[in-house]
Write a protein that binds this ligand. Structure first.
Ligand SMILES: [Zn+2]
Length: 365
């Protein structure tokens, strides 16, 4: 398939999911991504990932694509990821009604029935696509000729093989032992939610460090998965929690919901502040987020222009201060994946404790 055909396929998928008259916000997101990414041929890359996922599934394996693909709506439309980066929403599979909600994370949404009587689907993690740009630019380097594109595919494959979390294997074993596929698990289950938000969990997926997150939970008492997601993001960053967010929260300077836990949060916070001041371009927000994520301001200090612009946009001093202390920031897409697999792990532990204990003992976790 050509790049154009792949983008057309993604576009058509919007209508399958959201009906003949999809909400303009959905179509507009598609066009924004197309404008930003088409020159980098990310479509081919996403389509490869989609096929790779299919092959892996056929072989009765599971694959976690552990990067920021979930930032791209087009990746979701092409089946390269299960995570939808649009803002959280309900949509009706029958009459295609879409309802946007204030919650930021789909896992915080309770079941809802549509006016037509059908049970609604819920989706959306509210992730901006702009944070994928540095990755998209790298992809372009490799696809000069067909040969190097193939090399990229191979490299991609081995990269993903390596980065399969131990969680994938455990979840696969849990599926076999319980007969319950992880795709069918209710990710909004309240018992599991309670367990995670109160820090009563024994295990989390990923590398954020469960002890650190337990301490964070004890200090911040998260009420929603969206807030818990912030903790996962902070645990992944460097110099984001200790002597930084931790102090802001214990001193009552700001709330957990305000804290920018990932580079995506920096970008979106500045974008929102700019919109409030009637600036609609995203370039400045992108530049600050991109520098903050790699510790540029920690190393070089923040120039007066950026500093003053952040104040002019009405952002509190602590926001700039947080950025200046940050060494590295993770992505929201990665935090979302870890949250999802943490919910899955804990779901099995709550409902199939015997099988869970057995498998964890086998893995020596
Ligand atoms: Zn309906």
């Amino acid at each position: 398939m050509t790049e154009k055909e792949i983008w057309d396929k993604a576009y058509n998928r919007i209508f399958e999911l959201y009906g003949d008259m999809p909400d303009l916000r959905i179509v507009s997101r598609f066009y924004s991504e197309k404008q930003a990414f088409m020159q980098y041929e990310v479509g081919k890359y996403f389509y490869d990932l989609f096929r790779l996922r299919g092959e892996v599934k056929q072989a009765d394996e599971r694959m976690i694509v552990k990067n920021t693909v979930a930032s791209c709506f087009v990746a979701y439309l092409l089946g390269a990821t299960d995570e939808n980066p649009l803002p959280a929403h309900y949509y009706c599979p029958k009459c295609k009604t879409v309802e946007w909600v204030d919650e930021k994370c789909v896992f915080d949404l309770r079941n809802r029935t549509c006016a037509c009587g059908e049970k609604m689907n819920s989706d959306g993690f509210d992730i901006p696509f702009e944070t994928y740009l540095p990755y998209a630019k790298k992809l372009k380097v490799a696809d000069v000729t067909d040969e190097s594109y193939l090399a990229l595919s191979d490299a991609t494959f081995s990269h993903y093989q390596k980065s399969l979390l131990y969680t994938t294997n455990i979840c696969k074993q849990l599926e076999k032992a319980t007969g319950v596929y992880m795709d069918s698990i209710d990710l909004n289950d309240l018992a599991v939610k309670h367990r995670l938000l109160t820090g009563e969990f024994e295990n989390l997926a990923g590398v954020g460090g469960k002890q650190v997150i337990k301490q964070m939970v004890a200090l911040t008492s998260p009420q929603t998965y969206n807030e818990f997601l912030k903790l996962i993001g902070l645990a992944h960053g460097t110099c984001t929690w200790r002597n930084n967010a931790e102090h802001l929260l214990t001193d009552g300077v700001c709330s957990l919901a305000d804290i920018p836990a990932t580079r995506d949060d920096i970008f979106m916070t500045i974008c929102e502040a700019m919109r409030d001041c009637d600036f609609h371009d995203t370039g400045f927000a992108y530049d600050v987020a991109n520098k903050a994520r790699r510790g540029y301001y920690l190393e070089h200090g923040m120039d007066d222009y950026t500093n003053q612009t952040l104040s002019m946009l009405g952002l509190d001093d602590w926001f700039g201060g947080f950025i200046r202390k940050t060494h590295y920031m993770s992505t929201k897409a990665l935090a979302v994946l870890e949250l999802k697999y943490s919910i899955i792990l804990n779901w099995y532990q709550v409902y199939y404790p015997r099988e869970y204990q057995q498998i964890m003992a086998d893995y020596n976790v």
